[in-house]
Design a protein around this ligand. Sequence first.
Ligand code: PLP
Length: 409
Amino acid sequence: MAHINEHYLKLQAGYLFPEIARRVAEFGKTQPDADIIRLGIGDVTCPLPAAIVQAMHCAVDEMGDEDNFRGYGPEQGYPFLRQAICGAYADRGLEMDTDEIFVSDGSKCDTGNILDILSDDNVVAILDPVYPVYVDTNVMAGRTGSADANGRYAGLLYLPITAENGFVAPLPDRHVDVIYLCYPNNPTGTVVSRERLAAWVDYAREHQALILFDAAYEAYIRDDDIPHSIYEIEGAREVAIEFRSFSKDAGFTGTRCAWTVVPRVVQGRTADERRVAVHDLWARRHATRFNGVSYVVQRGAAAAFSPEGKQQIAERVQFYLGNADLLRAGLQRAGITVYGGRNAPYVWLKTPRSLSSWAFFDHLLQTCHLVGTPGSGFGASGEGYFRLSAFNHRDRIDEAVRRMAAALA
Ligand code: PLP
């Protein structure tokens, strides 16, 4: 019998979304006719932009044509897409080599896979609350001990982000080797200022640490002074890897395409203190374990950078941000304190009357027939908070706001 990777047994049993489903199902038994509005999951609702659909149609036709058919493509992505991505960085004044761009099938995979090229004995810091993938992939890779009663794994350094610190973690008071940062943030929907991000880059340079910067929600930034890329910060190229995705702006959650930037100058070290370009390890990993995103999807992704594509994506982002504005205003009218949702598609609210996150979940379900996500499900420091997603149709958002006004105010 084969031995298994026992680190998987330390994982808490995917508690959050199954528990939500269980409570909703229980509720459904008592009120089978209730019209439940789901503002829980971070999946987009708008269809693919027309410019992208058209590009994919053309690409499908090419694939069905003797002269234009393509088989395996370059693992790192077709040059046309990597050039378009570099062009988008150049528009923000950032110089990137096409060779530093790795096209993949999602940031979820990349943020997990990156651990393949990092040693087990790194000290890893994560924000709390956090996108659960960063934690679980560290557990799977054997970088942690078991979870405690609060769901915190021994061996990870948790940096609480709460209203008290403006949802930007204070710098660690000790040495860490790897830091996951996600801004605009999931789940809190908050952003980091240029100065605070610069402090993180300085910390990383001083400690020779690596920042894994997840900017999946970059398109939602509407305040001018918020950095769109960590590379806008001086010195970041030497210490940061950036993850970007077509999921949340171009609507690729089901189509699947993303990219990761690994600058050539980012270095890691061996046990005997030799320096190695992280880029070369990632290139090797990518080429060995991945065979590239499909040509059709990459053509669609490239169309995201065409003038029409940009315009159609901007309309979608505006639409979701409009939803977030409606949710924020509705909650505030009901006397609830809200955070995030200005530069992100998530609204993070403080539960009223000091209710626990799960108690508020039940209250919202019972009184408004609304489903959101308890903040405690994203980490111990999320207790007492709650996430509502702005990804939905406008009539559902309007109805959700109406119900909250009637039941919560
Ligand atoms: N990163 C963050 C912070 C997310 O919230 C999500 C999806 O919810 C992802 C990455 C996943 O991105 P992708 O669809 O590219 O895998």
